[in-house]
Design a protein around this ligand. Structure first.
Ligand code: ZN
Length: 217
């Protein structure tokens, strides 16, 4: 049996290595972001769809060399917009790929999305569902209020029904049961454009422990 001192030392080492990995991940991202003038597709040639796809396939082949199919269990589901300007993985620091994702224009909580959320909770056993809206800077939100809305009738309608759909979501019998037992937390909030901070708007949770980190954090 390992001594308590050794166990404590191992925990400190594990935490240190984990934090180092997290730090390196952020550095790698900043490193590429600082080279924003560089683009793979900018080689003086005409950029055709085939050209872009070819580059993407080559990147896939590089990716596949270090491909590991995770055996880990999902702990949370993030529901966000299709918007390319932010990665759902980054918003909540999912560097270890532990979350499920649903991306849909305008983050509409439509019937299909509601079923997808149920599938993640029931099938993958996630205990946290985070709905990430970005209302003030969402292209689909703007479109739903413009003349273009008629080109996207289903999405535009669903955007107008978001509050009602939120209530439908937290009333799904299986989800409600889990919420009442304190085993599921579903939250709806906004991602701020300027700060990147997630601001909680509504929470469905009946567990006793507190999730609030305080305003100044
Ligand atoms: Zn959006």
């Amino acid at each position: 049996m390992a001594c308590k001192k050794c166990e404590k030392g191992k925990k400190i080492l594990d935490r240190g290595l984990y934090r180092t990995g997290e730090f390196l991940h952020r550095v790698a991202e900043r490193f590429q972001e600082s080279q924003c003038s560089f683009h793979w597709d900018d080689e003086g040639k005409e950029v055709t769809p085939a050209h872009i796809f070819k580059r993407m396939l080559l990147r896939n082949r590089r990716f596949s060399k270090s491909w590991i199919l995770t055996e880990k269990k999902a702990s949370a589901l993030l529901v966000g917009c299709m918007d390319y300007r932010f990665s759902l993985q980054d918003v909540f620091g999912d560097t270890r790929h532990l979350y499920d994702f649903i991306r849909v224009p305008g983050v509409v909580l439509s019937d299909e999305v509601r079923e997808g959320i149920l599938l993640s909770v029931k099938g993958h056993g996630v205990s946290v569902v985070i709905v990430i809206e970005h209302t003030d800077w969402c292209a689909m939100q703007e479109t739903s209020k413009s003349e273009e809305a008629s080109s996207y009738p289903l999405l535009s309608k669903a955007i107008g029904e978001q509050d009602a759909n939120w209530n439908k979501l937290i009333s799904v019998p299986y989800l409600k049961e889990k919420i009442d037992e304190g085993k599921l937390l579903i939250v709806r909030g906004e991602l701020e454009k300027i700060t990147g901070r997630y601001k909680v708007k509504e929470v469905a949770y009946k567990g006793e422990d507190d999730w609030d980190i305080g305003e100044d954090k």
